[in-house]
Ligand binder design. Sequence first.
Ligand code: PLP
Length: 421
Amino acid sequence: NAHLAAADPQIAALLDAELDRQQTTLEMIASENFAPVAALEAQGSVLTNKYAEGYPGKRYYGGCEFVDQVETIAIDRLKQLFDATYANVQPHSGASANAAALHAVATVGDTILGLDLANGGHLTHGMKLNFSGRLYNPVAYHVDADGLVDMDEVRALALEHRPRVIIAGWSAYPRQLDFAAFRAIADEVDAVLWVDMAHFAGLVAAGLHPSPLPHAHIVTTTTHKTLGGPRGGVILTNDEAVAKKIRSAVFPGQQGGPLEHVIAAKAVAFKMALEPGFRERQERTIEGARIVADRLMAADARDAGVQVLSGGTDVHLVLVDLRESELDGQQAEDRLHEVGITVNRNAVPNDPRPPMVTSGLRIGTPALATRGFAAEEFGEVADVIAEALKPGDVDIQGLRKRVAVLAERFPLYPDITPFTA
Ligand code: PLP
């Protein structure tokens, strides 16, 4: 552990500062989690040195006998986890997986239909500055006044624009999508249904959320959100013809050498997701989100101008609407940061404020569930959030102490020795 501190004390000190930040604050960014130490070890391994363009058994470089086995194990575990017949574990990130997915099933200039960014969609679903909006012709559907995806609008837009691809998936949405309904619309207009399950993949793997695999032509996900693995992406399908297209879209279509050290870490995370404790953790994740939603719907929070979009949650996150609050999204995020809780501000539908300010918050529970939080602790953290979001003077020091007590009771990475220790 001494090499980094000797070679580069500046970076070593910053990594230690980040470890301390993660250990002493409460992480509630819905897209984040804590990868297991075993995955961190795999990712920090000599596999980072290996070039392996191609796929197991068919590489363009020699010396791939061990990384071939690693990648094959990752693929097999991923297929088992989601009951899929084809899995590609090479995408470097969620955005890379999504670029490859569109590369596989669409042609530049094709129309794609996805959830609007400000309504909870992702950049890669057709945002105008993203590759998806620049290379393809994006059309967006929205959520209705209750905050639910408007399936009538999805169908109307599909019939009007005849998209090549319909995208079901989100970065900020507190409910489950009806994949069968999406597929029916896709079939009606002869479109490909692509589900981006990046956020809820862990819930799907645990059997706590419907799987998109029986309905979608192509499924992408990140591996680092609810799934709890290293930062990365993967692509799945049960359609043999689509599988062939994905294979060549990832390599040579989008990427060069795969990150075999990350693929090893993905394999470790998939193994853990197949073990029984994973489901229990995902159950606590959802329970925690429900507890936060319920607390923020109580009378005192309502009086403070806090509302919960869609009136609750079915997943691992809660969307808070602050349009009636004295605090905007930025101020609320800053205030929670002051008490030691990390969240991100988030646009609400028809948000009157600009995207850098917003009128909402996205609060997620996966990282705290990984840390061991259960109903009691989620109740306490929900109460701290509700108190912090009240108007006027708030007892920041008092709330900070309550956060510190929770963080100490659930030590994170206790076995990791700081580099500069
Ligand atoms: N897809 C969805 C739905 C996401 O929420 C995200 C990340 O926020 C991504 C894709 C992109 O993942 P990455 O940040 O790994 O590129």
